[in-house]
Write a protein that binds this ligand. Structure first.
Ligand code: ZN
Length: 366
């Protein structure tokens, strides 16, 4: 009897350990959330050393403000997208014709699982531009995004305007986010979206050195302004975007578009579920950045997980097939392909339920 109780306790401890392994990122090993990481840490110093000389970066003064106001007069050869529309070789439109490049910025958040449920039901694949500070708080949500065929990309560590940061701070913002996503999924990010679309030639230089491809969006018409809710009424967001879709449908549609949306809160996730059907009703395909660009390797080499198959531009098919991807690290936890609760509270409830069940079994059989 005692022996059985002891073995039940062992099961309990092992089960708890497994649940713990499934969900934990040691946030004490990361910089303070939502703040620009210091550049004198051993990690950032090592990354800077590995990256080598940044002195080739264009010498453009740092902007001020969050987001910055446009310099007056404009700075020559800056190529500042938010102010002069200059995109250099940033991606600004989905390469596939008649296609909505579906992207969500600023997550993961507690609202993200609801969006993932919707995308799964409707077999849509999206790109999530992740904030590193949020990744370490909701690593299971990020794992779920990969498992369900979505594409991950970077939106920096702390969501500060990159033209206001030094070259070294940009490296810190990108590499800490890269590390967090690598720890959560084993994948090394390759695409990024600058917060506020704030990018110029100096920022581009540093991003390119880091191996990143910037993805802006297809101009003001495709900024849903969802983040302005509730100050902006949902009906207005929908009406404005409907006009943009109608104008697109009336165009030659030889290229697709990238649309700015956010998995920031229940309001933005709610309106996304009303906007996407407006596109599909107009026979517009839905695709992630990886699918839009036909990129079979949408992550940088050096990750620890196999490259997920998210290429191609037949989204409804690809989204399903990519759902079989198994992120590294999930093999020890059992249920990588099953939708599961994702925020920390739910996880600890789940752990407690497992503990309670094991304890109940021990008591009953003792
Ligand atoms: Zn953002």
């Amino acid at each position: 009897m005692v022996k059985f109780f002891a073995s039940s306790l062992t099961v309990l401890v092992l089960t708890l350990a497994a649940v713990q392994a499934q969900t934990t990122i040691d946030i004490s090993k990361y910089p303070t959330i939502n703040q620009i990481p210091p550049i004198n840490s051993p990690e950032v110093q090592a990354w800077l050393k590995e990256l080598g000389d940044l002195s080739g970066a264009p010498s453009i003064p740092l902007h001020k403000g969050e987001p910055p106001s446009c310099p007056n007069p404009p700075i020559p050869n800056e190529c500042y997208w938010t102010c002069d529309g200059c995109a250099a070789d940033d991606i600004t439109a989905c390469a596939a014709p008649n296609t909505w490049g579906l992207t969500f910025d600023d997550g993961p958040s507690t609202a993200t699982p609801t969006l993932l449920n919707y995308l799964k039901t409707n077999k849509h694949s999206a790109t999530f531009f992740l904030i590193g500070s949020n990744v370490i708080q909701y690593p299971d949500t990020v794992k779920r995004e990969v498992t369900e065929g979505h594409h991950l990309a970077s939106h920096t560590w702390s969501h500060h305007a990159l033209t206001t940061l030094s070259n070294e701070q940009i490296v810190a913002e990108m590499k800490w986010t890269e590390k967090a996503v690598m720890e959560a999924t084993g994948l090394r990010l390759k695409y990024m979206r600058p917060p506020y679309g704030d990018i110029n030639n100096r920022v581009r230089y540093v991003l390119k050195k880091l191996g990143y491809i910037p993805v802006d969006w297809t101009g003001d018409a495709f900024d849903t302004n969802d983040w302005q809710m509730p100050t902006m009424a949902e009906a207005k967001v929908i009406a404005t975007f409907t006009k943009s879709l109608d104008a697109y449908v009336a165009s030659n549609k030889t290229k697709g578009f990238y649309c700015l949306e956010h998995d920031l809160n229940d309001l933005t996730v709610g309106v996304a579920q009303k906007l996407i059907p407006l596109g599909t009703a107009r026979k517009i395909n839905i695709a992630s950045v990886a699918q839009c660009e036909g990129d079979a390797q949408p992550y940088q080499l050096g990750g620890t997980a196999p490259m997920p198959s998210v290429s191609g531009v037949t989204p409804s098919v690809t989204a399903t097939s990519a759902g079989s991807v198994t992120p590294t690290g999930s093999s020890t936890v059992g249920t990588p392909t099953v939708a599961k609760p994702n925020n920390a509270n739910v996880q600890s409830v789940g752990a407690l339920s497992v503990a309670a069940a094991a304890l109940a079994a021990a008591v009953i059989f003792a």
